[in-house]
Design a protein around this ligand. Structure first.
Ligand SMILES: O=C(O)C(=O)C[C@H](O)C(=O)CO
Ligand SMILES: [Zn+2]
Length: 279
């Protein structure tokens, strides 16, 4: 693993003066998926780590980094690996887990050796990694895509019909603070998470995927009364600090992995924003 890209925490009073390049350098994570590489970003927002791995000929080992400075990556952390595409083998302390598209492996604190590999003879899979500090150990669990019960949200009239799947929220998997799942925008709709919300108790990251290469997401962030936007391409992620809305509109269909960490462990804990409040 090359060393992590470190992003310091920011505050909303400063963020209002950021221009496009600074906004992107602080909150947008690009170039995550490169064949044969594991690329991680360390954010000081709730100390989340996010990144992409595309193991090719050789397995990729999750090593340590000065940003964490522990004897091994999961010494004081939990980790989730979500398979966006392809087929992968994730080995955790000698136990082999086979992941196909949309499967997620939760890896508990204290797991020492973690390696990510392509399935024999297969194309490099695209694996999204999200990790948060952990105060206790929960068992490592593989969640298959078909084990998760989807929930449909939105209406065609509001162009926000979407299907949300909660993989790690204390139901199928219990974790310390990590919560994760993915949402699929249904045909004809374009908006995610609109009406929008904040949750000052948690940081949230979105990884957009399954978006056509020529299409874009206009992702809204910032305080509800002072929004800014990021133009996001396929397989790029956005770090949303606790004070920021996180909502997007696509020029074509897409899905996104959402992942959170912070003060409480309640998915429903959101401060909903009235449309009339948005600026
Ligand atoms: O489409 C949605 O709405 C979401 O996926 C919302 C995210 O899960 C979220 O922001 C949870 O706090
Ligand atoms: Zn949210």
């Amino acid at each position: 693993m090359r060393s992590m890209d470190v992003r310091y925490a920011t505050n909303p009073d400063d963020a209002r003066s950021y221009g496009t390049a600074e906004l992107r350098s602080r909150y947008l994570v690009e170039d995550m998926f490169v064949p044969g590489e594991l690329r991680l970003t360390y954010s000081h927002q709730d100390r989340v780590v996010l990144g992409g791995a595309m193991p090719a000929e050789r397995p990729l080992a999750l090593g340590v980094d000065d940003a964490v400075r522990t004897d091994y990556f999961c010494e004081r952390r939990e980790l989730a690996v979500f398979c966006i595409a392809g087929e992968a083998t994730v080995t955790v302390d000698g136990v082999v887990h086979d992941l196909a598209g949309r499967d997620l492996l939760y890896i508990g604190r204290g797991s020492r050796q973690i390696s990510l590999a392509a399935r024999a003879g297969g194309e490099p899979p695209r694996l999204y990694l999200f990790s948060t500090p952990a105060h206790e150990t929960h068992p490592t669990v593989l969640v298959r895509a078909d084990q998760v019960t989807p929930v449909d949200l939105g209406t065609a009239e509001e162009a926000n019909r979407r299907r949300l799947r909660r993989y790690v929220d204390g139901t199928l998997v219990t974790s310390c603070q990590l919560m994760m799942g993915f949402t699929e925008i249904l045909p004809g709709s374009v908006w995610n998470t609109m009406p929008c919300h904040t949750h000052v108790r948690r940081t949230e990251c979105y990884l957009y995927f399954d978006l056509d290469e020529s299409a874009r997401i206009v992702h809204l962030m910032g305080r509800p009364t002072e929004t800014r936007h990021l133009v996001v391409a396929n397989e790029q992620a956005v770090i949303s600090p606790s004070w920021s809305v996180h909502s997007g509109v696509g020029t074509a269909s897409y899905s996104f992995v959402w992942a959170m960490a912070g003060e409480n462990y309640r998915f429903e804990d959101m401060d909903h924003v009235d449309m009339a409040e948005l600026r």
